[in-house]
Design a protein around this ligand. Structure first.
Ligand code: PLP
Length: 410
Protein backbone atom coordinates (compact mmCIF):
# COMPACT_ATOMS: atom_id res chain seq x y z
CA UNK A 1 0.00 0.00 0.00
CA UNK A 2 1.25 3.47 -0.89
CA UNK A 3 2.23 5.60 2.08
CA UNK A 4 0.98 9.08 1.32
CA UNK A 5 1.32 11.02 4.58
CA UNK A 6 4.81 12.27 5.34
CA UNK A 7 6.34 10.08 8.02
CA UNK A 8 8.98 12.54 9.29
CA UNK A 9 10.08 11.40 12.75
CA UNK A 10 6.63 10.40 13.80
CA UNK A 11 4.53 7.29 14.17
CA UNK A 12 1.07 7.68 12.74
CA UNK A 13 -1.71 5.11 12.89
CA UNK A 14 -0.43 3.61 16.13
CA UNK A 15 -3.33 2.80 18.45
CA UNK A 16 -3.92 5.52 21.05
CA UNK A 17 -3.00 3.93 24.38
CA UNK A 18 -5.46 5.94 26.45
CA UNK A 19 -8.31 5.34 24.02
CA UNK A 20 -7.46 1.62 23.83
CA UNK A 21 -7.54 1.00 27.60
CA UNK A 22 -10.61 3.16 28.04
CA UNK A 23 -12.49 1.16 25.33
CA UNK A 24 -11.53 -2.06 27.12
CA UNK A 25 -12.94 -0.61 30.35
CA UNK A 26 -16.20 0.24 28.58
CA UNK A 27 -16.44 -3.28 27.13
CA UNK A 28 -15.92 -4.81 30.58
CA UNK A 29 -18.57 -2.50 32.05
CA UNK A 30 -21.01 -3.67 29.37
CA UNK A 31 -20.22 -7.30 30.28
CA UNK A 32 -20.26 -7.25 34.09
CA UNK A 33 -21.77 -3.93 35.14
CA UNK A 34 -20.45 -0.55 36.23
CA UNK A 35 -20.36 -1.47 39.91
CA UNK A 36 -17.84 -4.26 39.25
CA UNK A 37 -15.30 -2.24 37.24
CA UNK A 38 -12.91 0.53 38.28
CA UNK A 39 -12.27 2.78 35.31
CA UNK A 40 -9.30 4.96 36.22
CA UNK A 41 -8.46 6.03 32.69
CA UNK A 42 -10.51 9.22 32.50
CA UNK A 43 -8.63 12.50 32.98
CA UNK A 44 -11.61 14.62 34.00
CA UNK A 45 -13.41 15.19 37.28
CA UNK A 46 -16.40 12.87 37.73
CA UNK A 47 -18.98 12.95 40.51
CA UNK A 48 -19.77 9.99 42.77
CA UNK A 49 -22.14 8.58 40.13
CA UNK A 50 -19.46 8.74 37.43
CA UNK A 51 -20.96 11.77 35.66
CA UNK A 52 -18.86 14.67 34.38
CA UNK A 53 -18.72 17.54 36.90
CA UNK A 54 -19.87 20.74 35.20
CA UNK A 55 -19.84 23.96 37.24
CA UNK A 56 -23.38 25.35 37.31
CA UNK A 57 -22.07 28.92 37.70
CA UNK A 58 -20.12 28.55 34.45
CA UNK A 59 -23.27 27.29 32.74
CA UNK A 60 -25.05 30.40 34.05
CA UNK A 61 -22.51 32.51 32.14
CA UNK A 62 -22.91 30.30 29.04
CA UNK A 63 -26.68 30.79 29.11
CA UNK A 64 -26.20 34.59 29.17
CA UNK A 65 -24.33 34.69 25.86
CA UNK A 66 -25.75 36.65 22.92
CA UNK A 67 -26.05 35.50 19.29
CA UNK A 68 -23.04 37.64 18.42
CA UNK A 69 -20.96 36.06 21.20
CA UNK A 70 -21.39 32.74 19.43
CA UNK A 71 -21.34 33.83 15.82
CA UNK A 72 -18.90 36.72 15.37
CA UNK A 73 -15.17 36.40 14.84
CA UNK A 74 -12.90 37.41 17.70
CA UNK A 75 -9.67 39.37 17.13
CA UNK A 76 -6.73 37.03 16.46
CA UNK A 77 -5.09 37.78 19.83
CA UNK A 78 -8.43 37.40 21.63
CA UNK A 79 -11.25 39.64 22.88
CA UNK A 80 -9.69 42.57 24.80
CA UNK A 81 -11.87 41.85 27.84
CA UNK A 82 -10.75 38.19 27.75
CA UNK A 83 -7.08 39.18 27.59
CA UNK A 84 -7.59 41.15 30.82
CA UNK A 85 -9.78 38.45 32.40
CA UNK A 86 -7.12 35.74 32.05
CA UNK A 87 -4.61 37.95 33.86
CA UNK A 88 -7.05 38.08 36.78
CA UNK A 89 -7.72 34.35 36.52
CA UNK A 90 -3.98 33.68 36.84
CA UNK A 91 -2.87 36.33 39.35
CA UNK A 92 -6.18 36.97 41.21
CA UNK A 93 -5.82 39.94 43.60
CA UNK A 94 -2.04 40.14 43.22
CA UNK A 95 -1.12 41.28 39.70
CA UNK A 96 2.64 41.52 39.30
CA UNK A 97 4.06 45.02 39.65
CA UNK A 98 7.03 46.38 37.76
CA UNK A 99 6.81 44.02 34.81
CA UNK A 100 4.81 43.85 31.60
CA UNK A 101 2.17 41.14 31.39
CA UNK A 102 0.60 40.35 28.02
CA UNK A 103 -1.76 37.58 27.00
CA UNK A 104 -3.08 35.80 23.92
CA UNK A 105 -6.04 33.42 23.53
CA UNK A 106 -5.15 29.81 22.76
CA UNK A 107 -7.44 26.78 22.32
CA UNK A 108 -6.80 25.31 25.78
CA UNK A 109 -3.45 24.97 27.48
CA UNK A 110 -2.47 22.78 24.52
CA UNK A 111 -2.48 25.79 22.20
CA UNK A 112 -0.33 27.75 24.66
CA UNK A 113 2.24 24.97 24.69
CA UNK A 114 2.21 24.85 20.91
CA UNK A 115 2.62 28.61 20.48
CA UNK A 116 5.38 28.80 23.12
CA UNK A 117 7.46 26.09 21.45
CA UNK A 118 6.94 27.49 17.98
CA UNK A 119 7.61 31.13 18.90
CA UNK A 120 10.60 30.79 21.19
CA UNK A 121 12.65 27.91 19.74
CA UNK A 122 13.83 27.03 16.24
CA UNK A 123 13.49 23.76 14.29
CA UNK A 124 16.07 21.27 15.51
CA UNK A 125 16.14 22.71 19.04
CA UNK A 126 15.92 20.62 22.15
CA UNK A 127 13.45 21.71 24.82
CA UNK A 128 13.53 20.57 28.43
CA UNK A 129 10.96 19.01 30.73
CA UNK A 130 10.89 16.32 33.43
CA UNK A 131 10.98 12.57 32.75
CA UNK A 132 7.43 12.26 34.11
CA UNK A 133 5.40 14.51 31.81
CA UNK A 134 2.16 14.91 29.90
CA UNK A 135 2.91 13.05 26.67
CA UNK A 136 1.49 15.65 24.21
CA UNK A 137 4.52 17.86 25.04
CA UNK A 138 6.62 15.39 23.09
CA UNK A 139 4.14 15.11 20.25
CA UNK A 140 3.70 18.87 19.84
CA UNK A 141 7.48 19.40 19.89
CA UNK A 142 7.97 16.62 17.36
CA UNK A 143 5.35 17.98 14.95
CA UNK A 144 7.17 21.32 15.10
CA UNK A 145 10.57 19.70 14.42
CA UNK A 146 11.85 20.08 18.01
CA UNK A 147 12.83 17.39 20.48
CA UNK A 148 11.93 17.01 24.14
CA UNK A 149 14.86 16.22 26.48
CA UNK A 150 14.19 15.14 30.02
CA UNK A 151 15.77 15.56 33.42
CA UNK A 152 14.95 13.21 36.28
CA UNK A 153 12.18 14.88 38.30
CA UNK A 154 12.72 13.07 41.61
CA UNK A 155 15.92 12.15 43.41
CA UNK A 156 16.18 9.00 45.54
CA UNK A 157 14.50 10.80 48.46
CA UNK A 158 11.52 11.85 46.34
CA UNK A 159 12.60 15.52 46.18
CA UNK A 160 13.10 17.70 43.07
CA UNK A 161 16.31 16.50 41.43
CA UNK A 162 18.03 19.88 41.04
CA UNK A 163 21.35 18.33 39.96
CA UNK A 164 19.68 16.43 37.14
CA UNK A 165 17.85 19.57 36.02
CA UNK A 166 21.09 21.57 36.01
CA UNK A 167 23.00 18.91 34.09
CA UNK A 168 20.29 18.57 31.42
CA UNK A 169 20.00 22.35 30.98
CA UNK A 170 23.76 22.70 30.75
CA UNK A 171 23.95 19.97 28.06
CA UNK A 172 21.32 21.70 25.94
CA UNK A 173 22.82 25.16 26.29
CA UNK A 174 26.28 23.87 25.42
CA UNK A 175 25.02 23.52 21.84
CA UNK A 176 22.08 25.94 21.57
CA UNK A 177 21.62 29.69 21.96
CA UNK A 178 18.06 29.34 23.20
CA UNK A 179 15.74 26.83 24.78
CA UNK A 180 12.33 26.43 26.35
CA UNK A 181 11.72 24.73 29.70
CA UNK A 182 8.29 23.33 30.60
CA UNK A 183 7.37 23.08 34.28
CA UNK A 184 3.94 21.65 35.08
CA UNK A 185 2.90 22.69 38.57
CA UNK A 186 0.92 22.69 40.83
CA UNK A 187 -0.57 19.18 40.83
CA UNK A 188 1.63 17.90 38.03
CA UNK A 189 0.22 15.42 35.52
CA UNK A 190 0.86 12.47 35.95
CA UNK A 191 2.29 12.49 39.52
CA UNK A 192 0.33 15.14 41.44
CA UNK A 193 3.59 16.76 42.58
CA UNK A 194 3.71 20.49 43.35
CA UNK A 195 6.99 22.40 43.11
CA UNK A 196 8.04 23.77 46.51
CA UNK A 197 9.63 27.11 47.23
CA UNK A 198 13.04 25.40 47.40
CA UNK A 199 12.44 23.64 44.07
CA UNK A 200 11.74 26.98 42.43
CA UNK A 201 14.82 28.55 44.02
CA UNK A 202 17.02 25.71 42.78
CA UNK A 203 15.51 25.82 39.29
CA UNK A 204 15.89 29.57 38.95
CA UNK A 205 19.45 29.51 40.30
CA UNK A 206 20.33 27.07 37.52
CA UNK A 207 18.53 29.08 34.84
CA UNK A 208 20.23 32.31 35.94
CA UNK A 209 23.66 30.83 35.19
CA UNK A 210 23.35 31.55 31.45
CA UNK A 211 23.28 35.33 30.92
CA UNK A 212 24.14 34.93 27.21
CA UNK A 213 21.33 32.53 26.34
CA UNK A 214 17.64 33.09 25.72
CA UNK A 215 15.55 30.90 27.99
CA UNK A 216 11.76 30.75 27.82
CA UNK A 217 10.30 29.25 31.00
CA UNK A 218 6.79 27.94 30.38
CA UNK A 219 4.76 27.10 33.47
CA UNK A 220 1.84 24.83 32.63
CA UNK A 221 -0.79 25.60 35.28
CA UNK A 222 -3.52 23.33 33.87
CA UNK A 223 -4.48 22.08 37.37
CA UNK A 224 -3.93 25.32 39.35
CA UNK A 225 -7.55 25.71 40.41
CA UNK A 226 -7.92 22.11 41.55
CA UNK A 227 -4.67 21.91 43.52
CA UNK A 228 -5.71 23.23 46.93
CA UNK A 229 -5.28 26.71 48.34
CA UNK A 230 -5.31 29.23 45.48
CA UNK A 231 -3.11 31.81 47.20
CA UNK A 232 -0.43 29.34 48.34
CA UNK A 233 -0.34 27.73 44.89
CA UNK A 234 0.17 31.12 43.23
CA UNK A 235 3.11 32.11 45.47
CA UNK A 236 5.64 30.94 42.86
CA UNK A 237 4.39 33.59 40.41
CA UNK A 238 6.18 36.26 42.47
CA UNK A 239 9.49 34.51 41.81
CA UNK A 240 8.96 34.93 38.07
CA UNK A 241 8.70 38.69 38.44
CA UNK A 242 12.01 40.54 38.35
CA UNK A 243 14.03 38.04 36.33
CA UNK A 244 16.48 39.49 33.78
CA UNK A 245 15.10 40.00 30.29
CA UNK A 246 16.92 37.04 28.71
CA UNK A 247 14.67 34.77 30.76
CA UNK A 248 11.06 34.92 29.60
CA UNK A 249 8.45 33.47 31.98
CA UNK A 250 5.39 32.23 30.11
CA UNK A 251 2.19 30.87 31.64
CA UNK A 252 -0.04 28.29 29.94
CA UNK A 253 -3.53 28.99 31.30
CA UNK A 254 -6.34 26.51 30.73
CA UNK A 255 -10.07 26.86 31.41
CA UNK A 256 -10.56 23.12 30.86
CA UNK A 257 -10.31 21.92 34.46
CA UNK A 258 -10.71 25.06 36.59
CA UNK A 259 -13.90 26.14 34.78
CA UNK A 260 -14.95 22.66 33.54
CA UNK A 261 -14.84 23.98 29.96
CA UNK A 262 -12.79 21.06 28.57
CA UNK A 263 -14.54 20.89 25.22
CA UNK A 264 -14.97 24.64 24.72
CA UNK A 265 -11.21 24.87 24.05
CA UNK A 266 -10.35 27.94 26.02
CA UNK A 267 -6.89 28.87 27.27
CA UNK A 268 -4.23 31.53 27.01
CA UNK A 269 -0.53 32.12 26.94
CA UNK A 270 0.77 34.95 29.10
CA UNK A 271 4.22 36.49 29.29
CA UNK A 272 5.89 38.40 32.13
CA UNK A 273 8.84 40.55 31.18
CA UNK A 274 10.73 43.64 32.41
CA UNK A 275 11.09 44.78 28.78
CA UNK A 276 8.32 46.69 26.98
CA UNK A 277 9.90 45.69 23.65
CA UNK A 278 9.75 41.97 24.49
CA UNK A 279 6.14 42.40 25.62
CA UNK A 280 5.22 44.07 22.31
CA UNK A 281 7.11 41.41 20.40
CA UNK A 282 5.17 38.73 22.34
CA UNK A 283 1.89 40.11 20.97
CA UNK A 284 3.30 40.32 17.44
CA UNK A 285 4.68 36.79 17.42
CA UNK A 286 1.55 35.33 19.04
CA UNK A 287 -0.65 36.97 16.40
CA UNK A 288 1.41 35.23 13.72
CA UNK A 289 1.51 31.86 15.52
CA UNK A 290 -2.25 31.89 16.09
CA UNK A 291 -3.08 33.11 12.58
CA UNK A 292 -1.00 30.33 11.08
CA UNK A 293 -2.58 27.56 13.17
CA UNK A 294 -6.20 28.04 14.38
CA UNK A 295 -6.65 31.68 13.31
CA UNK A 296 -9.44 33.29 15.36
CA UNK A 297 -10.31 31.75 18.71
CA UNK A 298 -13.56 30.58 20.26
CA UNK A 299 -15.32 33.86 20.93
CA UNK A 300 -18.15 32.34 22.98
CA UNK A 301 -15.71 30.63 25.36
CA UNK A 302 -13.75 33.88 25.76
CA UNK A 303 -16.98 35.75 26.49
CA UNK A 304 -17.83 33.23 29.25
CA UNK A 305 -14.49 33.68 31.01
CA UNK A 306 -14.63 37.47 30.57
CA UNK A 307 -18.14 37.54 32.08
CA UNK A 308 -17.14 35.45 35.08
CA UNK A 309 -13.99 37.39 35.90
CA UNK A 310 -15.75 40.77 35.53
CA UNK A 311 -18.55 39.83 37.92
CA UNK A 312 -17.34 39.43 41.51
CA UNK A 313 -20.58 37.69 42.53
CA UNK A 314 -20.37 35.15 39.73
CA UNK A 315 -16.65 34.57 40.34
CA UNK A 316 -17.40 33.93 44.02
CA UNK A 317 -19.99 31.34 42.93
CA UNK A 318 -17.44 29.62 40.67
CA UNK A 319 -14.93 29.58 43.51
CA UNK A 320 -17.46 28.20 45.99
CA UNK A 321 -18.48 25.42 43.58
CA UNK A 322 -14.85 24.57 42.92
CA UNK A 323 -14.22 24.43 46.66
CA UNK A 324 -17.08 21.95 46.98
CA UNK A 325 -15.59 19.70 44.31
CA UNK A 326 -12.12 20.07 45.73
CA UNK A 327 -13.56 18.69 48.94
CA UNK A 328 -14.83 15.74 46.95
CA UNK A 329 -11.53 15.25 45.11
CA UNK A 330 -9.09 15.57 48.05
CA UNK A 331 -10.45 12.65 50.09
CA UNK A 332 -10.05 10.43 47.02
CA UNK A 333 -6.34 11.21 46.75
CA UNK A 334 -5.97 10.93 50.54
CA UNK A 335 -7.72 7.54 50.57
CA UNK A 336 -5.46 6.18 47.83
CA UNK A 337 -2.27 7.44 49.50
CA UNK A 338 -3.34 6.24 52.95
CA UNK A 339 -4.07 2.77 51.63
CA UNK A 340 -0.85 2.76 49.55
CA UNK A 341 1.14 3.46 52.73
CA UNK A 342 -0.84 0.80 54.55
CA UNK A 343 -0.03 -1.93 52.02
CA UNK A 344 3.50 -0.69 51.29
CA UNK A 345 2.90 0.46 47.70
CA UNK A 346 5.48 3.00 46.56
CA UNK A 347 4.05 5.93 44.60
CA UNK A 348 5.60 9.07 43.13
CA UNK A 349 5.32 12.00 45.57
CA UNK A 350 1.70 13.21 45.44
CA UNK A 351 0.49 16.56 46.74
CA UNK A 352 -2.76 17.25 44.93
CA UNK A 353 -4.74 17.01 41.75
CA UNK A 354 -6.30 14.54 39.38
CA UNK A 355 -3.59 11.86 39.11
CA UNK A 356 -1.31 9.57 41.13
CA UNK A 357 1.50 7.58 39.53
CA UNK A 358 3.00 4.30 40.64
CA UNK A 359 6.46 3.63 39.23
CA UNK A 360 7.03 0.04 38.08
CA UNK A 361 9.31 -1.95 35.79
CA UNK A 362 6.70 -3.40 33.47
CA UNK A 363 3.85 -0.88 33.17
CA UNK A 364 2.18 -2.68 30.23
CA UNK A 365 2.26 -6.01 32.08
CA UNK A 366 0.99 -4.45 35.31
CA UNK A 367 -1.76 -2.68 33.38
CA UNK A 368 -2.89 -5.99 31.81
CA UNK A 369 -2.76 -7.82 35.15
CA UNK A 370 -4.87 -5.06 36.72
CA UNK A 371 -7.48 -5.63 34.03
CA UNK A 372 -7.84 -9.18 35.39
CA UNK A 373 -8.97 -7.49 38.62
CA UNK A 374 -11.37 -5.31 36.58
CA UNK A 375 -9.23 -2.22 37.16
CA UNK A 376 -8.34 -0.11 34.13
CA UNK A 377 -5.49 2.41 34.34
CA UNK A 378 -3.01 3.89 31.88
CA UNK A 379 0.59 2.65 31.58
CA UNK A 380 2.56 5.86 31.21
CA UNK A 381 6.34 6.06 30.94
CA UNK A 382 7.84 3.78 33.60
CA UNK A 383 4.64 3.62 35.66
CA UNK A 384 0.88 3.30 35.93
CA UNK A 385 -1.30 6.40 36.17
CA UNK A 386 -4.37 6.40 38.36
CA UNK A 387 -7.01 9.08 37.87
CA UNK A 388 -8.41 9.78 41.33
CA UNK A 389 -10.47 12.53 39.70
CA UNK A 390 -12.66 9.89 38.13
CA UNK A 391 -12.88 7.34 40.97
CA UNK A 392 -14.82 7.27 44.23
CA UNK A 393 -13.18 7.14 47.65
CA UNK A 394 -14.20 3.47 47.93
CA UNK A 395 -12.52 2.69 44.58
CA UNK A 396 -9.41 4.63 45.64
CA UNK A 397 -9.19 2.43 48.74
CA UNK A 398 -9.45 -0.79 46.73
CA UNK A 399 -6.78 -0.02 44.14
CA UNK A 400 -3.45 0.09 46.06
CA UNK A 401 -3.41 -3.52 47.24
CA UNK A 402 -4.49 -4.76 43.79
CA UNK A 403 -1.72 -2.71 42.16
CA UNK A 404 0.77 -4.12 44.62
CA UNK A 405 -0.32 -7.65 43.71
CA UNK A 406 -0.24 -6.87 39.97
CA UNK A 407 3.32 -5.57 40.28
CA UNK A 408 4.40 -8.65 42.22
CA UNK A 409 2.82 -10.95 39.61
CA UNK A 410 4.03 -9.26 36.44
N1 PLP B 1 -1.21 20.38 30.49
C1 PLP B 1 -1.47 19.25 31.15
C2 PLP B 1 -0.46 18.76 32.10
C3 PLP B 1 -2.67 18.57 30.94
O1 PLP B 1 -2.90 17.44 31.62
C4 PLP B 1 -3.59 19.09 30.02
C5 PLP B 1 -4.84 18.37 29.75
O2 PLP B 1 -5.08 17.27 30.11
C6 PLP B 1 -3.27 20.28 29.36
C7 PLP B 1 -2.06 20.90 29.62
C8 PLP B 1 -4.10 20.93 28.32
O3 PLP B 1 -5.41 20.86 28.43
P1 PLP B 1 -6.36 21.76 27.53
O4 PLP B 1 -5.74 21.90 26.20
O5 PLP B 1 -7.64 21.04 27.51
O6 PLP B 1 -6.44 23.08 28.24
Amino acid sequence: MMIFAQQNERTIGAPDKLFGVSSLAKERIAQIGKENVINSTIGVLLDEQGKLVVLESVMEAVRGLTREDYAAYAPILGLPEYLEAVKTAVFLEEPPEGCYVESCYTPGGTGAIRNAISAYTIPGDKILTSDWHWSPYRLIAQELGRTVCCYTLFDETGKFHAASFEAALSAILAVQEETLIIVNTPAHNPTGYTFTDEDWNALLTAVLKYPDKKIALLVDIAYLDFAGDGKTNRAFLKKLNGLPEHILPLIAFSASKGYTMYGMRCGAILCMTPSSAIAEEFKDVMRVESRASWSNGNRAAMAVIAKILADKGLLAKVQAERQHWLEVLCPRGDAFMEEARHVGLKTCPYDAGFFITIPCDDPEGVGKRLQDFNIFAIPLGPGIRISVASNTVAECRVMPSKIKTAIAQS
